[in-house]
Write a protein that binds this ligand. Structure first.
Ligand SMILES: Nc1ncnc2c1ncn2[C@@H]1O[C@H](COP(=O)(O)OP(=O)(O)OP(=O)(O)O)[C@@H](O)[C@H]1O
Length: 758
């Protein structure tokens, strides 16, 4: 496609600047002729700006078409003469890896200013991501844009690249970069962290422009000085921006480009009024771009009021799958008592030494979880009660790898771009599906792979199913990591860290290592690995069902050729144990029946020492008892499938129904308001999934019986082996269920008439 470089250039003129903007030849192939026609008429009708396309050769238009087809871009055939923005929609598909003639889309071949190309390449950005490709041409035309793309797909540079190009070229023509100059670009972001990050991305891409970031919680004077010295681009949060505007320090009279990043989040954090106040103060002749994950009514209102015939570029569209490619989802059942103790193991096994973000719903939880982890894994908390200074220190430390686990409230769920986060853990169910998508999107960014684990309790099982439907992805239901998994992963991690040990240090320790090896052989190395992994003492066994320490999960299975048949239940297990080892029957923990009917078995928890004793006993033929390291699929292991609702606070619509765009009602909307209850991240989010309810139907408490007639889920076991309670005596049991051996009801296995058979 090198011949594309020879096609005639496209000459555009925007009414607002009265200044021609030339798209250099390589860019013109991004410009299909059919879209060009729309755009011309659209600008005429919209009244915001207009342009004249002087020359597009026939050859160019064919090649342009091909280029777009190569990118799987398609025009919905909109007419921009209609004022309603939903008619000005382009939907695109495309993976971050792109496809098609990507060489032609290399940043070096798009006619961008050379110094911008160089800095982008230095950042490792050599070709545009789909949202960047889609935004580039209309943005350079001067069009107002509403953009939407999945997490981590490069939305920041999607608006930054065309703006930097325009500002840079203007500077090159005027050469007048006066001290005290007023900003030409204003970017609004909903949180301080996000504003800082956008500033960094722009500064790294265009260090030759003056970019200033303003937000609350830090020195006003410093920001004032930076602004008065002269500035090209201002990035900020609405509150501090208003203060600076009101005190006449920040003058917005020369702003040509406005960007509203994460517009729906502005609403969620209560910035509606501030945003509108700022927009009212901007020159009407400007270009505006708005990026938003959802289109609540307020964002729609903003678009109608402040954007001119905006072009909607939606890379998510009606796709069911809302998460970025490359994010693998897991779900794990926990109890309120065990979830904290399980975290360390999940991090060890699933992040394997990489970075993890754990999301909690409250600030207090973030503090407590971080404190609890710190004894084993370096971690820090991030939430709105922490001073701005400390928040920045924490984020920098995390970025630099000074600690590997960040425990955060949803203050960190939106927009934060921390490279190489391997794992996200939802310690609590998020408030709504959007939050789930954004939290999960802190991993698997820029085309990389990542994992997200959702922790849920039994009463939230149906909510998990609802969430699957909402985000269009399936969870893999996992068991808590076994001791063996944890040891394996710890060893892998330690081995990986060994490669970072400096040669000089190795030289220093070599004589001692040699002596040790001569004395003890590989045992010396194994001891060192165990110690480095934090396992100087052997790890205590953990229940695979509840993850409580000191418990072991065993599996009881009827042999396939066994003559014993019949319904398998919790009573079958207790009955059988009573017959072979009554002590075990008295201290049973959770029991679950295996879902696979061909297996005829159940899993159950016993205190570690009792489990050991049981395993050493002779088990009657026809039945086997084994220690397992991975849970089989259990009865009712996945959430019920016939429930929909109550999880999300959004309006719901029938998927694929008329309108087909997610939520109902909203004109051109992607969903109803995802607004949370207040601007404070964390503590004020709506609590909990569904409370109460029966939860999983096939979970029983130990001790052999249902303690109350109606309560099949006897809740969290609060006893621990160390408290001695599991071992403390048999409770009265009423074996109304079927006998494990013969399958008939009315007697326990120990009283089975067939017992003499073995
Ligand atoms: N063309 C590109 N090539 C390689 N890396 C890129 C490219 N564009 C952006 N990136 C990198 O991808 C990462 C994610 O980008 P960005 O933060 O803009 O994503 P986003 O779409 O805004 O995500 P979110 O929705 O979570 O805010 C950043 O580290 C950015 O530097």
């Amino acid at each position: 496609m090198a011949s594309i470089l020879g096609v005639s250039s496209l000459y555009l003129q925007t009414q607002r600047s009265k200044k021609p903007t030339t798209l250099s030849p390589p860019l013109s192939f991004l410009f299909p002729s059919h879209r060009l026609t729309h755009n011309i008429s659209g600008f005429g009708g919209g009244g915001g700006s207009s342009f004249v396309a002087s020359a597009v050769s026939a050859r160019n238009s064919v090649l342009s078409q091909e280029a777009f087809e190569g990118l799987s871009l398609f025009d919905k055939g909109s007419s921009l003469e209609d004022d309603s923005y939903e008619d000005n929609e382009l939907e695109f598909e495309g993976s971050i890896d792109g496809g098609g003639d990507d060489d032609e889309l290399a940043v070096s071949r798009l006619g961008l200013p050379q110094r911008l190309v160089e800095t982008l390449e230095k950042k490792g950005i050599t070709k545009l991501f789909p949202i960047q490709r889609a935004v580039l041409v209309p943005a350079l035309e001067g069009r107002d844009i509403i953009g939407r793309a999945k997490t981590g797909t490069g939305k920041t540079l999607a608006f930054a690249i065309p703006i930097i190009k325009r500002v840079t070229e203007e500077d090159e023509e005027n050469r007048s970069r006066l001290a005290g100059r007023l900003p030409r670009v204003l970017v609004l972001a909903p949180t301080r962290e996000l504003a800082k990050q956008v500033e960094t991305e722009i500064k790294e891409s265009a260090p030759y422009l003056r970019t200033v970031c303003v937000y609350g919680g830090v020195s006003y004077t410093l920001q004032k000085n930076q602004l008065t010295r002269g500035v090209d681009i201002v990035v900020g949060t609405p509150g501090r921006l208003i203060d600076l505007v009101n005190s006449n320090i920040l003058k917005l009279g020369e702003v040509q480009f406005l960007v509203l990043d994460e517009a729906d989040q502005m609403l969620a954090v209560g910035f509606e009024e501030d945003v509108e106040t700022i927009l009212e103060k901007l020159p009407p002749q400007r270009q505006s771009m708005l990026f938003s994950a959802t289109m609540p009514r307020w964002v729609q209102k903003l678009s109608r009021k402040y954007l001119k015939t905006p072009l909607t570029i939606d890379l998510v569209g009606d796709q069911d799958e809302k998460l970025a490619e490359g994010i693998k989802l897991y779900a794990i059942s926990t109890t309120s008592t065990t979830k904290r103790s399980m975290l360390g193991d999940l991090v060890t096994v699933y992040a394997k030494g990489g970075k993890t973000i754990i999301f909690t719903r409250t600030k207090r939880d973030a503090d407590e979880v971080s404190m609890a982890l710190t004894s084993s894994i370096a971690s820090e908390a991030l939430h709105g009660d922490i001073s701005q200074h400390q928040r920045e220190r924490t984020l920098n430390g995390f970025r630099q790898g000074k600690f590997t686990v960040l425990v955060a409230t949803d203050v960190a769920s939106r927009g934060l771009d921390i490279p190489n986060v391997d794992l996200v853990i939802h310690y609590e169910l998020p408030n709504d599906p959007e939050t789930f998508v954004h939290r999960s999107g802190r991993t698997g960014r820029a085309g990389k792979e990542g994992k997200a684990i959702l922790m849920y309790t039994n009463s939230q099982r149906r909510t998990v199913k609802t969430l699957e439907q909402d985000v269009g992805s399936k969870f893999e239901f996992i068991s808590p990591p076994s001791v063996e998994d944890v040891l394996d992963s710890s060893a892998d991690h330690v081995i990986a860290t060994l490669s970072g040990v400096h040669d000089e240090s190795i030289d220093f320790f070599t004589p001692t290592a040699q002596k040790l090896y001569d004395q003890q052989g590989t045992r010396a190395l194994a001891a060192a690995l165990a110690h480095m992994s934090g396992f100087s003492q052997p790890p205590s066994s953990r229940s695979l069902i509840t993850h409580e320490q000191g418990w072991t999960t065993l599996q009881m299975t009827r042999d396939s050729d066994s003559s014993i048949r019949g319904y398998m239940s919790a009573r079958t297990v207790t009955g059988f144990l009573s017959s072979v080892y009554a002590t075990a029957a008295g201290v049973l923990g959770k029991i679950h029946v295996i879902a696979d009917k061909k297996v005829q078995g159940a899993v159950f928890d016993l205190p570690e020492d009792i489990a050991k004793n049981l395993l050493s006993k002779e088990i009657p033929p026809g039945t086997s008892i084994t220690k397992i390291s991975k849970l089989p699929v259990l009865e009712d292991d996945g959430p019920a499938s016939d429930f929909y609702g109550r999880f999300s606070n959004r309006e719901r619509s029938s998927r694929g129904g008329s309108g087909g765009r997610g939520s109902s009602g909203a004109r051109g909307g992607w969903g109803g308001s995802s607004r949370s209850s207040s601007g404070d991240e964390g503590d004020n989010f709506r609590r909990g999934g569904r409370s109460g309810g029966r939860g999983g139907g096939s979970s029983w408490s130990g001790g052999g019986s249902r303690t109350t007639g109606s309560d099949w889920l006897i809740g969290d076991r609060r006893r621990t082996p160390s408290s001695g309670s599991p071992s403390s005596g048999n409770r009265d049991r009423n074996f109304a269920g079927p006998c494990f051996h013969c399958g008939r009801s009315g007697h326990r296995a120990s009283e089975c008439p067939k017992k003499q058979d073995y």
